[in-house]
Design a protein around this ligand. Structure first.
Ligand code: KIV
Ligand code: ZN
Length: 534
């Protein structure tokens, strides 16, 4: 890697920043949310968008507005609350998609329409069933259409890394001529490698005559585990926007992880003298929020945000750490917002202290949300001697972001043990109406899930049931993950409680609510393959 960045001041460059500014384009709420198992409701998306905005990302891609009413509403609400970042919405190369994206975005302070079309031979032939010349014309038409609505248009050639270079150059030149300000090169299938991708970006800069009128962006998937390396290689070659997601969530093996891009650039300034404007102190907060909401737990050894990322167990390492932390730490836990888990509150803590603590953890709650969360906190503090940050995070994810759910948990009574039938006496609120049933099962979890199925009949099958303790100790809260599958769509639900069975019921109900959001995400059948493969 070079220590001298290649000059990339272009008329498209945001004059507020220097030529070494890298715009972080976060697509957690679109490409991340679109992946199997993930689905976020409007409130959850808004909560994540607020943290991303506070963190200082340049662009937040809020969703794919044409894919469902809930995605449309989420993008529209995000457009209204985000203060600093640009807000983008995805659209295929169709007027209907672009109109819908614009309707959702138009009241944002800084809206951006992101439109895309496949350009690789494989995608054009089999997916689009279009000739290259028709694709070329559609690029011009769609960008022109978007540009007539919004001054800020990004265009992506889907499967860009497997596209013929001559054709890619022609399409990119045409998109810029039609008004695109950002050209995003996706490695849609995670196929490229750093040297090749660096050369591809250089090739575009050398061969596309009007390339200096647009910012080059990259969007890398992680199928070969190279998404971050490829993105950084592209930056070296002159890309000035990187698309990424919190925790690297996304289709298949995921997208480039935001936290890894930001911390690599920050930690290795000697090799990569670029700045992102991102406050890395928000990373842990954002990571926990996204994993709590999506039910995608972060692997313990994941770079930057894994539970073990700053843990030192071997005696030699611990000894070195005690003498000088730099012996085994290339960045501090504090730099990613990781503070030692402290005892925050107990049963005597008041609402004000509770609110202040939640703010510190990244949650700004409305009065009603605060009331619900405080009630749950009091209940928890009455049962658990020590309440840690992790407990509060689990509780808030569970209690607050779900107040608009169709199905809500009310109460659960259980009969279990080995000398009688195991039964669950369950009460739920379904669209505002309370319903109560008693069901028998082989074990209390089975009885609880049968009771839910009786109240809310459904065909989804249970694919995963997992329990883990939020903190240590036998009084720890249980955090349960439930994965449901219906017609090829999967969702993860999560629930937390000091009672494992209540946490299980909450997790199952959360998964059902997510399934409803996912069911709604439909595009007309003849368009489905195109829309869903983005
Ligand atoms: O992976 C991809 O190609 C995409 C595009 C829509 C940018 O997500
Ligand atoms: Zn993608």
């Amino acid at each position: 890697m070079t220590t001298q960045p290649e000059n990339h001041t272009t008329p498209a460059h945001d004059q507020r920043f220097g030529e070494n500014h890298i715009t972080i384009f976060d697509t957690t709420l679109r490409d991340g949310e679109q992946s199997p198992g993930c689905s976020m409701n409007k409130e959850e998306k808004v909560q994540v968008a607020k943290v991303l905005d506070a963190m200082g990302v340049g662009v937040i891609e809020g969703g794919f507005p044409v894919s469902s009413n809930s995605d449309f509403e989420a993008v529209s609400e995000i457009a209204g609350v985000v203060q600093s970042a640009q807000v983008a919405g995805l659209a295929r190369a169709r007027p209907g998609d672009i109109d819908r994206a614009w309707q959702a975005l138009q009241h944002a302070a800084n809206p951006r329409i992101h439109t895309f079309l496949s350009t690789s031979p494989l995608h054009m032939k089999y997916k689009l069933q279009m000739d290259p010349e028709d694709v070329y014309q559609a690029v011009i038409d769609s960008v022109t259409y978007a540009r007539n609505l919004c001054p800020n248009v990004e265009w992506s050639p889907e499967d860009g890394t497997r596209t013929d270079h001559d054709f890619l150059c022609r399409c990119v030149e045409a998109a810029i001529k039609a008004g695109a300000r950002t050209i995003n090169i996706p490695d849609t299938v995670g196929y490229t490698v750093p040297d090749e991708f660096r050369d591809l970006i250089r090739m575009l800069r050398n061969r596309v005559p009007n390339m200096d009128q647009a910012i080059i962006s990259v969007h890398c998937h992680n199928d070969l585990g190279l998404a971050v390396a490829n993105s950084l290689a592209a930056v070296e070659a002159g890309a000035r926007q990187v698309e990424c997601t919190i925790n690297g969530i996304g289709e298949r093996a995921g997208n480039a992880a935001l936290e890894e891009i930001v911390m690599a650039l920050k930690t290795r300034q000697d090799m990569m003298p670029y700045e992102t404007g991102v406050d890395s102190g928000y990373i842990t907060k954002a990571s926990r929020l996204v994993s709590g909401i999506t039910g995608f737990n972060v692997q313990p050894n994941k770079a930057i945000v894994g539970k073990n990322a700053f843990a030192h167990e071997s005696g030699i390492h611990q000894d070195g750490m005690l003498k000088n932390a730099e012996t085994y730490e290339i960045m501090t836990p504090e730099s990613v917002g990781l503070t030692r888990s402290t005892l925050v509150m107990g049963r005597h803590s008041g609402k004000h202290a509770f609110k202040t603590k939640l703010k510190e953890l990244g949650y700004e709650l409305s009065d009603n949300e605060l009331k619900d969360a405080f009630q749950r906190f009091k209940d928890l503090a009455g049962h658990k001697k020590e309440v840690f940050d992790e407990d509060l995070l689990a509780l808030v994810d569970d209690a607050v972001l779900r107040h608009n759910d169709h199905i809500r948990f009310v109460r659960l009574g259980i009969n279990c043990g080995n000398d009688g039938p195991q039964t669950a006496d369950l009460e739920l609120e379904v669209e505002g109406t309370r319903k109560r049933v008693t069901a028998e099962g082989s074990g209390p979890v089975d009885a609880t899930f049968r009771a839910i199925r009786e109240i809310w009949p459904h065909e989804a099958t249970l694919e995963l049931y997992q329990v883990h303790a939020v903190t240590g100790g036998t009084d720890a809260q249980a955090e349960v993950t439930v994965r449901l599958e219906e017609n090829g769509k999967t969702v993860n639900g999560q629930g937390a409680d000091y009672d494992t069975l209540v946490a299980s019921a909450r997790a199952y109900i959360n998964a059902l609510n997510k399934l409803m959001v996912k069911r709604e995400k439909q595009v007309p059948p003849e368009e489905a393959a195109d829309a869903l493969s983005a």
